[in-house]
Ligand binder design. Structure first.
Ligand SMILES: [Zn+2]
Length: 466
């Protein structure tokens, strides 16, 4: 069975066959570092980290590159507002980015190239496009000649004539065609600049990714990822630049993640509803945010609100509690071999189901439901009269294997929710009624380890946090 990937280029799922056997070259557009990332920036970070983790799990050697746009209009504006310079703003929010996505369980990329460190390659790229007749200089700017590239619009499935009729014709235009886009922008007075054959200036946004992908991964890569909002014009323009120069497909598979809405509304400046990860994780376990995102297929939109987050927290805790209970039981269980084979087969089937779901275009939503089924089965197993350390260990391995791929950690750093404590106390009462005192004591110890004290009163069991 091969992994199927939905390719925006073909608008269908295709079997994944890497350019080079066993290896995957992957590029994901990173943030413009002029502020803390919002929850919409966190989604591609989490989605493509999961894609990477799964490909690694399936035995591929993945080279993962994600850039930082560390100079552009927004950074220039932010530097002015903060009374500092562009490199200071960039460094500050690059550090913040690493902190935030690390909390969300995102692995480090192999390289995080920055635009300002790729300037010679960018300038060289532009010069070669001019030489090949795909770009022209105009008053210190350089523009890409969109019509010269055959195949413009193939990613966003639009014809160049449709695009042209929608394009604004600007008065006093220094472009030859309204569809042409900037590769190089002449510096305005007082702005940060680099020297180039066309005078002082800085690169346009699209050329950066083309140059960085080429520098770190080569002319043709396996997977290019980013948010759905980047498909047009950003990725369309990346294709035009890269394929005009390199004369090979830029990427074999183009993957795009869906939007995030806040309380059913689009995130926007005017609505002022940007949710910053930096603020969120002060109050909420970042793993819950990741779990919440994993529970939706990456191509579907996500609606973000507090109720849904709370219910994600409850669900995630349920899985963590099952895992903790299994781990705790393991400490007091001996190795009994009687029904091991039957359970091993059962667990193997869960694992195969997980792989089948993830093979199908990284369906993490269904993978999470497999995880729930494992938790449920674990709870059933814990009810059996004798539990075997072999089977408990297999449960633990399976829990850990799957959550590792999803970038989730099951260790119980967070407090248990009240309703989980109530459920455990109920289980302890039942155990005592059934004269299963070992289980009753085990639950008491488990709660004690989490600083929850039980008191047996005439009215029943009461609990308090220590
Ligand atoms: Zn890009």
């Amino acid at each position: 069975m091969s992994i199927m990937i939905y390719n925006t280029l073909s608008r269908q799922k295709e079997a994944f066959v890497p350019l080079e056997e066993g290896k995957v070259r992957m590029y994901v557009c990173g943030p413009t570092v002029y502020n803390y990332i919002h929850i919409g920036n966190a989604r591609p970070a989490i989605v493509f980290d999961t894609v990477r983790r799964y490909l690694e799990y399936r035995g591929y050697e993945v080279k993962f590159i994600s850039n930082f746009t560390d100079v552009d209009d927004k950074l220039i504006r932010a530097a002015k507002e903060l009374g500092t310079d562009v490199p200071t703003v960039a460094q500050r929010f690059i550090d913040a980015y690493h902190e935030d996505v690390c909390a969300l369980g995102v692995k480090e990329a192999h390289h995080h190239p920055r635009v300002t460190e790729t300037m010679p390659e960018i300038i060289d790229f532009i010069a070669q496009l001019i030489d090949k007749g795909y770009a022209y200089e105009s008053q210190g700017d350089v523009y890409f000649k969109t019509r010269a590239f055959n195949g413009y619009g193939k990613l966003s499935h639009q014809s160049i004539d449709d695009l042209r009729s929608g394009a604004r014709i600007e008065v006093g235009d220094i472009k030859q065609d309204p569809l042409d886009f900037a590769l190089w922008k002449a510096a305005k007075d007082g702005e940060i600049f680099w020297e180039s054959p066309w005078g002082k200036g800085r690169p346009g946004w699209h050329i950066e990714c083309s140059a960085m992908a080429k520098k770190y991964l080569g002319d043709s890569i396996d997977i290019h990822g980013g948010g759905q909002d980047l498909a047009f014009p950003h990725h369309e323009n990346e294709i035009a630049q890269s394929e005009a120069l390199n004369e090979v497909p830029m990427a074999k598979y183009w993957m795009h993640n869906g939007y995030i809405n806040i309380n059913n509304e689009k995130m926007s400046k005017s609505l002022g509803n940007f949710v910053l990860v930096h603020d969120m994780i002060k109050e909420l376990d970042p793993q819950v945010i990741r779990f919440f995102m994993m529970a939706v297929h990456y191509r579907n939109p996500i609606n973000f609100n507090n109720e849904l987050l709370e219910s994600a927290e409850v669900s995630f805790t349920r899985i963590k509690t099952a895992y903790e209970n299994v781990k705790h039981r393991l400490e007091i269980s001996a190795n009994l071999a009687d029904d091991a084979q039957e359970w091993e087969t059962k667990l193997q089937q869960f694992k195969l189901r997980f792989i089948k779901e993830m093979d199908d275009d990284f369906n993490t939503a269904n993978a999470i439901s497999v995880l729930f089924d494992i938790a449920r089965e674990a709870n059933v197993y814990l009810q059996s009269e004798h539990t075997s350390s072999t089977i408990l260990s297999s449960f633990i391995t399976l829990f850990e294997e799957i959550t590792e791929v999803l970038g989730l950690s099951l260790s119980a750093e967070k407090e248990l929710l009240d309703e989980d404590i109530d459920a455990l106390i109920q289980e302890r009462n039942d155990a005592r009624k059934n004269r299963n005192f070992a289980r009753a004591d085990e639950i008491r110890d488990q709660l004690k380890a989490l600083n929850i004290i039980l008191e047996d009163t005439p009215q029943g069991v009461r609990w308090k946090r220590q």
